[in-house]
Design a protein around this ligand. Structure first.
Ligand code: TRP
Ligand code: ZN
Length: 315
């Protein structure tokens, strides 16, 4: 969706680049004057088209996209086909959990410094109770659309870009932990940062930024302040998603979240709109987490913030 941010985005990019220069593990990420084109405004219609496909996949596979079920593998195949057609190098990583086969999907964008890898990921599995469109079709579709935008732009970032869709998050971050545990120490040390997107289109949304790596956190905050949207620190269960295995081995992490089963306060409704006294997502882990269980504005803003962070932090 169009936002009138061209001048504002350029100014924000300078702020973010300057911040990067001042920090440790992301140091040297960007020149003081951004050399790359401004991040794209991701079409929210494209993100929603991916979500409609995930809904159809769930409907055709017993109503869910859960680990070890046919709807999970069909979801992975949908994402993989889009990435392959866009020129990504994709890898399926197989693992076993609860006696069922699970899969992670990894997509590398050819080029960039492979000793300094920027990763962005999301869990692609749902719970068995429902189709998992906000949790976590939303993050999965936004990461996919960001990757496709990288391809459309012919982006040639300084850093190497890698996108990931994790299996079996709902069983306790099984897929992402398997990925981290199976990295060689050399490949682990090459990952500069991991950005996580789990539930970013909640129907009664909040705008939460993880308060982990300060550079990543500031990058997201810069984007939202450019929109005039206030944010809060994510507190609804720190470590409850796929950034935790990365954080646990010392990789800088960050991410966005629009809220799960916590209740929106009246102060939060005053600044963000929506309904006080109701959960951010009343359909969390339920059969009603369908294509109707989304706030399009939150989905749009968070997807654009994701693309902005990928462009800025990989430059
Ligand atoms: N990861 C949780 C799930 O998939 C959702 C969740 C709860 C969450 N609290 C969070 C995600 C905080 C990110 C940050 O069920
Ligand atoms: Zn969940």
């Amino acid at each position: 969706m169009k936002l009138s941010v061209s001048g504002r985005a350029a100014a924000a990019a300078v702020v973010a680049a300057t911040t990067l220069l001042a920090t440790g593990s992301l140091a040297g990420a960007a020149p003081a004057t951004p050399a790359v084109a401004a991040a794209p405004d991701l079409p929210v219609a494209n993100v929603k088209a991916h979500l409609s496909q995930l809904q159809s996949i769930a409907t055709a596979n017993g109503g869910n996209r859960a680990h070890g079920r046919t709807g999970y593998r069909a979801s992975l195949d949908y994402v993989k086909a889009k990435l392959d057609a866009a020129g990504f190098t994709t890898t399926i990583q197989q693992f076993t959990s609860s006696s069922r086969t699970g899969y992670n999907l990894i997509a590398d964008w050819p080029g960039g410094d492979t000793t300094r890898v920027l990763m962005a990921g999301s869990h692609l599995d749902s719970v068995t109770a429902g189709p998992g469109i906000n949790d976590n079709g939303s993050g999965s579709a936004a990461v996919l659309e960001t990757a496709l935008a990288v391809s459309r732009a012919g982006l040639q970032p300084t850093r190497h870009l890698r996108f990931a869709w994790w299996g079996a998050e709902e069983l306790g971050m099984v897929g992402s932990r398997y990925y981290v545990n199976n990295l060689s120490s050399a490949n682990r040390s090459r990952i500069s940062a991991y950005l996580n997107f789990d539930m970013i289109g909640s129907p009664n949304p909040g705008y939460f930024v993880y308060d982990d790596d300060p550079t990543i956190e500031q990058t997201f905050k810069t984007y939202f302040s450019g929109l005039g949207v206030p944010t809060e620190i994510e507190t609804e269960g720190d470590g409850r998603s796929d950034h935790a295995p990365f954080k646990n081995v010392g990789i800088p992490v960050g991410g966005l979240f629009s809220g799960a089963d916590y209740v929106k306060t009246s102060a939060q409704a005053a600044k963000w709109g929506g309904t006080a006294g109701q959960p951010f997502d009343r359909c969390y882990h339920s059969s009603c987490d369908t294509i109707a269980n989304l706030n399009d504005t939150a989905l749009d803003r968070n997807a654009d913030a994701l693309a902005y962070a990928v462009w800025t932090l990989s430059s």
